[in-house]
Design a protein around this ligand. Structure first.
Ligand code: ATP
Ligand code: MG
Ligand code: MG
Length: 354
C-alpha cells in the first residue's frame, strides 16, 4: 500500500489520517511539536522542524505523495520535499495563499469580487491606503494570520497609528470593510483529472474571531448558491488545483465577495463528516492519491459547532444528545481559544435525490 505524507499534526492532519487509513493508506506525519493530535492515529510521526532539511528528505523518501494541513510551510522546506515527491495541492496554491496581498490580487485578476484593498509596508503607504480604500477598514498582516489574529480595525483615519503598531513591522494589506449580511464558505475539491466537485455552501458564524458554527444549508437564493460554486470552481481550475480547498465568501445584497481561500481541508467543512457519503477528508485523500472524487451530495441538514477551550466541559451533556455526532481531537490541555473538538448536529435528514 502507498503512504501519504502529511505536513502538520493538528486536528486537520488527524482527520486526514483517519480518512486515509479507512481507504487503506498509511500516513506519515511531519510535525515540529511533540505529541501532536495526528500522532495518535497516524502510522508514523517525524518530530522535526521545517529547517531540518535532512529530516524533510527522509520524510519525503518514506512517502508516495505529500499533502499538508496548513499553508505556511517555508519555501526552502517545500523545495527539498518537491525534489523528491509530488506535493498536492501544488506550490502555486501555496504561493498564492501564503500572502494575503498576492491572494487578493490573484482573485481580483480572475474577475472575482474582493474587498477594496491596498498594500501597506510603512506609515506613508498606510495613509495612502486609507485614502484609497476609505474607512472603516481592516489592516491585516500579509502572512501567518489565522482566527482573526494579526488584524486591526481602523474605524476612522485617527486609528491608523495604533493599527500600524499592531502589525509589529510586518507587511500588511488594508481591506475596506464589507458590510455583509452573512458569511458562507464553499468546500471544493478537484481531482488529478480536473474533475471538480463542490459541497453545498455552509453559513459561518464567528465568535471572538474564531469559527463558532457552520450551518447547512446556508441562506442563499438558488442563483447565488450556483454563483458560489462557480466561483470556487474558477479558483481551483486557475490553480490547476488537486485536493480540497475552502473558499470564504461574504454575502452582500449586491455580490458574493471573496474573503480568502485556504488550500486544504477547512474547519467550515467539518459538517460533511455527517452530512455526506464522502466527507472533505476522504475527498482530499482521494484527490491527492489520484482517485476519482466521491459523492459529495448533502443528505442531511447539519449544524457544526466547534468546541473551543472550556467548551469541552460540556462533553458529558453532549454525549446524551441524540443526533449529535462528536469529534474530539485528543488534545490534553483545554487552553482558551484552542480548538478541542466539534460536534455535528443532524437537524433534518434529506429525502434521497436522483
Ligand atoms: P481564518 O481563521 O478564517 O483563517 P483569518 O485570521 O485568516 O481567519 P479573515 O478570514 O480574513 O481572517 O477574517 C476573519 C473574520 O473577520 C472574517 O470571517 C470576517 O468576519 C471578518 N472580516 C475579515 N475581513 C473583513 C472585511 N474586509 N470586511 C468585513 N469583515 C471582515
Ligand atoms: Mg485565514
Ligand atoms: Mg477566514
Amino acid at each position: 500500500g502507498s503512504t501519504i505524507g502529511i505536513l502538520g499534526g493538528g486536528q486537520l492532519g488527524r482527520m486526514l489520517s483517519v480518512a486515509a487509513s479507512r481507504l487503506g493508506f498509511k500516513t506519515h506525519i511531519f510535525e515540529p511539536s511533540a505529541n501532536p493530535p495526528a500522532g495518535q492515529v497516524a502510522d508514523q510521526v517525524t518530530t522535526a522542524g521545517y529547517d531540518d532539511i535532512d529530516a524533510l528528505k527522509a520524510f519525503a523518501a518514506s512517502v508516495d505523495v505529500i499533502t499538508y494541513e496548513f499553508e505556511n510551510i517555508p519555501t526552502a522546506a517545500l523545495d527539498a520535499l518537491e525534489a523528491a515527491k509530488p506535493i498536492r495541492p501544488n506550490r502555486e496554491a501555496l504561493r498564492v495563499s501564503q500572502d494575503r496581498l498576492v491572494e487578493k490580487a490573484f482573485l481580483r485578476d480572475l474577475g472575482l469580487t474582493t474587498a477594496p484593498f491596498a498594500p501597506v509596508t510603512d506609515a506613508a503607504s498606510l495613509e495612502a491606503a486609507i485614502a484609497q480604500v476609505g474607512t472603516p477598514a481592516i489592516l491585516k498582516t500579509c502572512r501567518f494570520g489565522y482566527d482573526g489574529k494579526g488584524q486591526a480595525r481602523i474605524m476612522e483615519p485617527g486609528d491608523a497609528d495604533a493599527a500600524f503598531e499592531a502589525m509589529q513591522g510586518a507587511d500588511a494589506v488594508l481591506e475596506g470593510f464589507v458590510t455583509f449580511t452573512h458569511e458562507v464558505s464553499v468546500i471544493a475539491a478537484r481531482s488529478v483529472d480536473g474533475q471538480v466537485s463542490c459541497y453545498d455552501p455552509g453559513e459561518n458564524v464567528h465568535k471572538d474571531g474564531i469559527l463558532d458554527t457552520t450551518t447547512v444549508p446556508a441562506r442563499l437564493m438558488p442563483a447565488r448558491r450556483m454563483d458560489a460554486v462557480l466561483i470556487a470552481g474558477k479558483i481551483l481550475n486557475a490553480l490547476d488545483y488537486v485536493g480540497v480547498m475552502g473558499v470564504e465568501l461574504f454575502v452582500t445584497p449586491q455580490a458574493l465577495v471573496v474573503n480568502e481561500i485556504a488550500p486544504r481541508v477547512h474547519n467550515s467543512g467539518h459538517w460533511t463528516q455527517n452530512g455526506c457519503a464522502v466527507d472533505q477528508f476522504e475527498q482530499h485523500i482521494r484527490a491527492v492519491v489520484g482517485w476519482p472524487l466521491g459523492d459529495g451530495q448533502r443528505h442531511a441538514d447539519v449544524v457544526m459547532e466547534n468546541l473551543i477551550g472550556a467548551d469541552v466541559d460540556r462533553l458529558p451533556e453532549l454525549t446524551k444528545e441524540p443526533d449529535c455526532a462528536i469529534h474530539m481531537y485528543g488534545k490534553a490541555e483545554a487552553k482558551p481559544g484552542r480548538k478541542m473538538g466539534h460536534v455535528n448536529r443532524i437537524t433534518k435528514a434529506q429525502a434521497a435525490q436522483k
